[in-house]
Design a protein around this ligand. Structure first.
Ligand code: SAH
Ligand code: SF4
Ligand code: F3S
Length: 474
């Protein structure tokens, strides 16, 4: 496919070098993203596809010809948020009946045609593997019919598409390295909304990282639902596909990205406890520019609950992985995801989650009440039988404990001199810059001569609960 250079001007308008002289800009696109980093990264692919088709982006809903919501379906409240947004769009559409409203992403994939019946203003429904088709589908809508493409693919990785960086600080960027998920955790809708797991050609990943580095970016985050099962040229059974081509696993991919430049920081998300190998940890330890931070979702601290969740590991296995991280990468920050009130969760099982959290001492956590999702294994097999009130109370206990842990972990950095990548001007004070240390903690410091996109050494002198206050040292 022909590669076209994508340009972005100061107003955030996106256009392609090939169409700036010939065809005038035709339509304005408003693109909103919800959900996980993967969705935000997908929106950059959608923006790229639409800029090729001659669209410019806008942030003003009143001037948009096409409004696309890239949606999340992970919990019921994520979908409710989208419904509220659609309600608001109704009044905008009354004033501008020609405005095309589209729903993309996981909620589109989950509800398919039903979304057109339930939300009358929606014209367009497009699933995560059908984004190349959006320009054609919008045309179909303009010719008077509704349009749906929710086909999932076993191959699509948008490998060669050069994402248009939306709302970028010019310093940090996401790179998708794989799509879909084959894990079937019983609570999770993702395998249904994003289809089968597939990895992206490593050459295109390295090219994207190199290109970002050459443009001044200094940090990339490699994204996948389970990065540890990244594999290229090898089947899930371990058979080599092309014998004369090298195989690449996640640890090897990490090393290749780290070698783009020692000045390029590398992060990744999400690791899966059942698949995270020592080889990955050894690679992290070997390269200074692979950040000391691992997001390792535990979900529950009780092995029976983990079994019902179909997570593929026990409490002991998980704690062994934590021990391996502490042994191989001392000082590594660890974050997690926790679900409160999963089906049949007893008080004792909940206590086991609290005790595991105490034992690990997480730097950060995302914590949720269990939300039953249609079609999932848990919905078919178990009853969502923990009372709402109990779920709420357990979640509060989990959050309270985590707040204490986070504050302790942040304080441990006080007094240390650390390398910080400057990301921007502090929201609270023009005289301050902010950035992050390798462990992903935000550090705010008087800007001095520092410039955005540069590394500085900062001595941490104080901390609020989750932010460090520092001073540049030379
Ligand atoms: N692939 C990642 C997580 C993807 S979803 C992983 O395997 O860890 C992000 C988080 O949302 C999950 O880790 C889980 O904690 C939470 N989550 C997923 N489904 C949920 C549900 N039905 N109810 C509540 N939380 C859920
Ligand atoms: Fe969902 Fe589990 Fe896949 Fe994560 S690993 S996306 S929780 S099914
Ligand atoms: Fe949500 Fe889909 Fe991500 S359900 S969490 S946007 S993969």
């Amino acid at each position: 496919m022909e590669e076209k250079k994508i340009l972005e001007n100061r107003q955030g308008e996106v256009f392609t070098s090939s169409n700036t002289n010939s065809s005038p800009v035709r339509k304005k696109l408003l693109l909103e993203s919800y959900g996980c980093q993967m969705n935000f990264s997908d929106s950059e692919i959608v923006a790229s596809i639409l800029s090729e088709a001659g669209y410019t982006t806008t942030k003003e809903i009143e001037e948009a010809d096409v409004v696309l919501l890239n949606t999340c379906a992970i919990r019921d409240n994520a979908e409710q948020r989208i419904r509220h947004r659609l309600d608001h769009l109704k009044s905008v559409k009354k004033k501008n009946p020609d405005m095309v409203v589209g729903v993309l992403g996981c909620m589109a994939e989950r509800l398919r045609e039903k979304l057109l019946e339930e939300e009358k203003l929606v014209d367009l429904v497009v699933g995560p593997d059908a984004y190349r088709d959006i320009p054609r589908l919008v045309e179909q809508v303009e010719h008077g019919s509704k349009a749906v493409n929710v086909l999932l693919s076993r191959e699509e990785t948008y490998a060669e598409i050069s994402p248009v960086r939306i709302d970028s600080n010019g310093v940090t960027a996401f790179i998708s390295i794989m799509r879909g998920c084959d894990n079937m955790c019983s609570f999770c809708v993702v395998p249904f909304t994003r289809g089968r797991e597939r990895s992206r050609d490593p050459k295109t990943i390295i090219n994207e990282a190199t290109d970002l580095f050459n443009k001044g970016y200094r940090e990339v985050t490699l994204l996948g639902q389970n990065v540890d099962s990244y594999k290229w040229n090898i089947t899930s059974k371990g058979e080599v596909i092309q014998p004369d081509e090298p195989t690449v696993n996640f640890a090897q991919l990490l090393a290749q990205v780290a070698e783009v430049s020692p000045e390029l920081r590398v992060r990744f998300s999400t690791s899966h406890p059942k698949d995270m190998t020592d080889e990955v940890l050894d690679t992290m330890a070997k390269y200074e520019n692979i950040c000391n931070y691992i997001h390792l979702p535990v979900q529950s601290g009780n092995s029976d609950v983990l079994k019902r969740m179909n997570r593929g590991y026990t409490r002991e296995w998980y704690l062994d992985r934590i021990a391996a991280i502490r042994r191989i990468i001392p000082g590594c920050a660890i974050s997690t995801d926790v679900i409160a009130g999963f089906c049949d969760e007893t008080e004792q099982e909940h206590q086991d989650t609290l005790s595991l959290m105490k034992e690990v001492g997480y730097d950060m956590a995302y914590m949720f009440k269990y939300s039953e999702r249609p079609k999932t294994l848990a919905e078919r097999k178990y009853e969502d039988n923990v009372a709402e009130e109990t779920k709420g109370r357990r979640l509060t206990e989990i959050i309270d404990l985590q707040m204490q842990s986070a504050s302790l972990r942040t304080k441990q950095h006080i007094g240390k001199i650390q390398k910080v990548l400057v990301e921007g001007v502090s929201k609270k004070s023009d005289a301050h810059h902010y950035g992050r240390n390798s462990e992903n903690v935000v550090v705010v410091f008087p800007r001095g001569n520092s410039r955005i996109g540069e590394y500085v050494h900062v001595q941490n002198v104080d901390a609020t609960s989750v932010t460090l206050i520092g001073e540049i040292v030379h």
